[in-house]
Design a protein around this ligand. Structure first.
Ligand code: NAD
Length: 462
């Protein structure tokens, strides 16, 4: 798609206040594929004013009509899914089939789920002598990362619009073209002017201006824990609602009764998917000491098969960061089984699929989020040990448990300090609440729980 040279504000593409631009680079060949404006506080202010002006009418629009607009949005995403996949592939580098299935497919499912929820959600209920209303929070400032560029936008904008909120979006600087394409689909769906606004720009400039804007009622942020902490502090000081979807270091716990080959195979695929740039990736594989060597062999074989099929990471900085984590793993005494820090290609921001064994729970690669195709296999002695290791990081976003029977897996999963757990390879559910325990975040996205983040409660007594 062709890059727009303006901001989408109040229903039209308008010139940016400043002249600075951001280059969009294809991570496969390092070529510049477009330029978008680098927004300033002035652009953010114009977008927030448009969102504020549009709020009363959109909040008063009957939920069935909001649902109809979201259904139209879903249909346009379906009609433009090839273009979406190609755009994500161009700016994120993910292989086209993955972009088609996941980067285009999941947002379509999520937009559809909110079209349905807007029509069916109980925005009003009777409690004794009271009527309780769920009302939209107001103007939402949405700040998103690049790793699932459209999904993260839709996971905020669709529930916000379903709730009756209006939105200003500041997308990641690496993937602004997908965000511009989304703004086009919003316009095509007949969503009224000002209900959705887009300001592209740098995090510390446009992102910060949006998070600090006094007329934003709720900041919904997905990204790193470091930035999330700052946004949480700013919002707290202003007594402003905040939703934070942050980092993760999820455990894939394979209990001795599990189907080992399946658990390891699915586990490796989970980590390599999207080149390891998934906040919920199961980057720590926990295996019982009696099955450890076999699991390492299985994981090595599975990872080797990825070889050249894996896409690059998003940019040179991420590539350097991931490679330095691999170096650190070696320095701290983990055993490199597959892959390593060398770049597998001369051009592009590629990192080899990498597997470490003999990883101990306190090593840096077992504690910090790497955000690349790197798996750490950790040994445990018994169930109590597995639980201690699994819960032994500051994060708690996701995880997996494998066991011979579901009851055993569920009993273990209930003791994990984490927001989402897949049991024996359970499938992604776009209606299941997603979000973190501990430093992985505050609040939930997706489904009815995701919708309620954008609502506030009023009760009338009779
Ligand atoms: P990041 O925090 O650097 O950037 C995320 C967004 O915040 C971008 O739009 C960026 O421009 C903006 N930003 C940066 N500095 C800002 C500031 N000072 N004020 C306001 N906005 C600012 O993160 P990233 O490197 O783009 O994304 C990777 C991280 O995101 C990983 O840690 C990953 O785990 C996390 N993530 C979490 C989830 C989740 O749902 N929990 C999902 C995807 C990614």
């Amino acid at each position: 798609m062709k890059a727009h040279d303006g901001m989408y504000i109040d229903g039209a593409w308008r010139p940016a206040a400043g002249t600075d631009t951001i280059e969009v680079v294809n991570p496969v060949d390092e070529q510049v594929i477009g330029r978008v404006p680098a927004g300033t506080a002035e652009d953010v202010d114009a977008a927030v004013r448009a969102a504020r002006a549009a709020f009363p009418a959109w909040a008063a629009t009957p939920p069935a009509e909001r649902a109809a607009r979201l259904a139209a949005l879903r249909d346009i995403l379906v009609a433009r899914k090839d273009e979406i996949a190609e755009t994500v592939t161009a700016e994120l580098g993910s292989p086209l089939p993955f972009s088609q299935a996941v980067h285009a497919g999941v947002p379509i499912a999520v937009a559809g789920s909110y079209a349905e929820l807007a029509a069916t959600y109980a925005f009003e209920e009777k409690v004794g002598n009271s009527t309780v209303y769920q009302e939209p929070v107001g103007v939402v400032g949405a700040i998103t990362p690049w790793n699932y560029p459209l999904h993260q936008i839709v996971a905020k904008v669709a529930p916000a619009l379903a709730a009756g909120c209006t939105v200003v979006l500041k997308p990641a600087e690496d993937t602004p073209l997908t965000a511009q394409l989304f703004a086009e689909t919003v316009a095509e769906a007949g969503i009224p002017a000002g209900v959705f606004n887009l300001v592209t720009g740098l995090g510390p400039v446009a992102g910060q201006a949006l998070a600090e804007h006094p007329d934003v009622d709720l900041v919904s942020f997905t990204g790193s824990t470091a930035v999330g902490k700052r946004i949480g502090a700013t919002a707290g000081a202003a007594v402003k609602r905040v939703a934070l979807e942050l980092g993760g270091k999820s455990a894939n716990v394979i209990l001795p009764s599990a189907d080992l080959a399946k658990a390891v195979g699915v586990g490796v695929a989970n980590v390599m998917s999207n080149s390891g740039q998934t906040c919920s990736a199961w980057t720590r594989m926990l295996v019982h000491t009696a099955q450890y060597d076999e699991a390492v062999e299985l994981a090595a074989a599975a990872a080797e098969k990825y070889g050249d099929r894996i896409g690059p990471v998003v940019n040179a900085k991420q590539q350097a960061r991931v490679r330095s984590y691999i170096d650190k793993g070696v320095t701290e005494g983990a055993r490199l089984v597959v892959g390593g820090p060398e770049s597998p290609r001369e051009q592009g921001y590629f990192v080899s699929p990498t597997v470490f064994s003999d990883v101990t729970p306190e090593m840096t690669i077992a504690q910090e989020e790497i955000f690349g195709p790197v798996l750490s296999i950790i040994r445990y002695e018994d169930e109590a040990d597995a639980l201690r290791i699994a819960n032994g990081t500051v994060y708690g976003l996701a995880g997996a448990v494998w066991a011979g029977d579901e009851t055993e897996a569920v009993a273990f999963a209930r003791r994990l300090d984490t927001g989402q757990v897949d049991i024996n390879g359970g499938r992604f559910n776009p209606l299941a609440p997603f979000g973190g325990y501990k430093q992985s975040g505050v609040g939930r996205e997706l489904g009815a729980h995701g919708l309620s983040e954008y609502l506030q409660t009023k009760s009338l007594q009779f």
